[in-house]
Design a protein around this ligand. Sequence first.
Ligand code: UD1
Ligand code: UDP
Length: 372
Amino acid sequence: MSIKILSVFGTRPEAIKMLPLVKAVDATDGLTGKVCITAQHREMLDQIMDVFDVRADWDLDLMRPDQTLTSITSDVAHGLAEVLQDYEPDLVLVHGDTTTGFAAALAAFYHQVPVGHVEAGLRTNNIMSPFPEEANRQLISRIATLHFSPTELNVENLNTEGVDQHVHITGNTVIDAFATTVRDEYAFKSAELAEIDLGTGRSILLTAHRRENLGEPMRQIFMAVHELADKYPDLQFIYPVHKNPAVSNLAQEVLGKHPRVYLIDPIDVEDLHNLISHSHLVMTDSGGLQEEAPTLGKPVLVLRTETERPEAVDAGVARVVGVDKEDIIAAARTLLEDEEEYLSMSRAINPYGDGYASERICAAIQEYFASK
Ligand code: UD1
Ligand code: UDP
């Protein structure tokens, strides 16, 4: 009898990291997969679904312009309750640390359906940062049955909290996606991106969206970028701006008029991965980009005060630079002016996976159900 698996996700990064797994589940004998998207994100999620060419079996379609953590949590829990009654899965797969992930895990737990947690065990151990992600992932670890950890450190984090049953080290599924996204001869799909000359000067990929950076920290980040662009005439910044109006309005206000800062719409993940390849370095507060850029040999300046992904920092290819304008400028200047420093941070390293995380997760699921 086939094991019925329901994969639930709702934001862009979850889709990028869950869709390789959805495909692997479909390709594994003895596993039957269905997909429920919450659409906590709408356009940014649909863009990724299109790239992977996957249609959801259920779409809770819950995004609202004024959504709150409470509204997302309650809409996911209510919506998923019906899907769980309808499909009666043997296992629910959730990802990481979003509110979709946490609320979906809670809904499954209430229905006494085991939860498999993909990207388990990342920690800052500061419950307020990133907010609310650190709480979300810790809470999921409390109620999940199967834990799929990208790295050895993530496994240790779980063991420290007493989570030591059914913990598997798998690598991160985001690395699986590279097999299909990065190509030597690549033509960008985004018209805005295709118009930018990436062959002259140095291009810096910028992304910023974190909730705890909204407001003054993000203003500091944007002012630092403005000053760096003024100081170095050979630099151009390419910033695919997150759809959150709290981000895009501020980006327009501070950076909108600079001729070498390109504020473009979110690009799909193939464009994004190939844009990393064409960049001199990456400045970001994103989680996923901290994993992707080192894999492609690009230095990362992390625009946050801490990270749950210390592996790249320990390997010397990423630096946590904080959210103060002067600190950001100082860190960027070192990388831009010190050739040796730049080269030492440009080594391609692979602490986050080897491209086979999804297969390992499927094997662990089979093993778990075979042993029951
Ligand atoms: C969410 C996750 C965060 C993840 C991020 C990835 C939570 C609490 N936060 O944060 O962990 O790092 O996604 O990007 O789960 N919007 C659109 N269209 C879209 C997407 C978003 O208009 O396609 C706008 C909406 O106005 C929405 C707002 O962005 O209300 C914020 O989206 P939300 O999912 O609540 O928070 P994020 O900051 O995106
Ligand atoms: N990404 C993308 N298009 C963009 C910006 C980012 O496809 O315009 C991808 C990026 O490659 C990474 C993921 O989105 O895989 C990261 O998402 P985000 O920064 O929104 O969330 P986080 O990783 O911080 O949770």
